[in-house]
Write a protein that binds this ligand. Sequence first.
Ligand code: BT5
Length: 335
Amino acid sequence: MSRRGESAPASGSERVLSLLQERRDSFVSGAELSRMMDISRSAVWKQITSLRNLGYEISAEPSKGYRLEAAPDALIPAEIRQGLATRVIGSKLVCLRETASTNTVAFRMAEEGSPEGTAVIADCQTGGKGRLGRTWASPPGVNLYCSVILRPPIQPMAAPQLTFLSVVALARAIERLTPLSPRIKWPNDILIDGKKVAGLLNEMSAETDKVNFVVLGIGVNLNMTSDQFPADLRHPATSLFIESGTRVRRTDFARCLFQELDEVYGQFLREGYGPVRQEWLQRSRLAGEPVTVTESGRVTRGRVVGIDEYGALLLEGEDGATLQVLAGDVRLVNG
Ligand code: BT5
C-alpha cells in the first residue's frame, strides 16, 4: 500500500493547491504564498513543481506569480474537498495510489478508531473484493473504488439497511452527474440498461446487540472501456462512459457521492429506515412487479411487495402468502 503523500503530493503542496484553488481566476504571488505558508520562496517553487509533476497546469509569470489553469483528475484529498459540504462523510480522507482492497484498509482504520465518515479511496485495487469471495475488477485511472466508515446506533440485524442506503445515494449521484437512468437490482447492484455499472460490499464489526462500525465498500465503473472488463463476468457490465459517451471526473463523482451519502445517512439517523426503504423500492422499480428469484437452482416466484428491515425481499406468492427471500438472483418476469 502506498499513500499518495509518500511520493506526492506532500501536505505542503496540497496547501499550495488549496490556496491556488481558492483564487482560481487570479495570480497569487510567490511572496504571498511563501508568507501564507511560512516557507521560503524556493520551497514554494518546489511545491509548484511537484504539483506540475502530478499533472496540474500552473502558469508562472515573474511579475504576477502563479495561477492554476487546469487540474488533472487526480484522486487526492485537496481536489475532493474542493466545495465539499458534508456533515459527516469525508470527515477524514485517505487517498491511495494502489492497495489490495479499500475495504480492508478502512476496516483496519475503523478498528484503530478512525472517526465516522472516514473515506478511503484508491486509484486501483489489486485484490478488489466482491461478495462471497468474488473479485471486483479495479484497473487504475478510470473508476472509483471507495470505502466509508459509519458508526450507526443500530442493531446488527438492521445492518442491511445501510446497503440500501448506500445504493440509493449511489443511484442519486449517477442521476445528478449523467443523463442516465440507473436502476437498483436487489440487493446491492446498480444497473444501466440491464448491465451492471456499480456494486456494493458492506462489511461490519459487531457485538451481539451493537454495531461497532460498518464499512460501506462502493465500486463504480466511471470511465472504464469495454476492453478493460475481464472476459469471465457473471453478468453483462458497463461504465457510465460507455453508456453516456461522456467522461465523468472521478473527483466530481466522489464529491457528489459523499454529498448524497451524507444527506441520506443524516435522514436515516433522524427519521429511521422508512424514507430509504421507500426510495429504494421506487428506484428498483420492483414494487408490485412479478419476479422470479433463483438461488442454488431453486426458483421462487411472486409479486414484490417490499423489503423488510433486515434486508429481505418480500414477495406475495401465488397463494397469497408472503415469502421472505434472503438471497438469490432476481429477475423481472416482464423485464
Ligand atoms: C459486488 O460484488 O458487486 C461488490 C463490489 C464492491 C467493490 C468495492 S470497490 C471498493 C471496495 N473495496 C473492495 O475491495 N470492494 C469494494 P458481487 O455482487 O459479488 O459482484 C462481483 C461480480 O461482479 C464478479 O464476480 C464479476 O462477475 C462482476 N464484476 C467484477 N468486477 C466488475 C466490475 N468492475 N464491473 C462490473 N462487474 C464486475
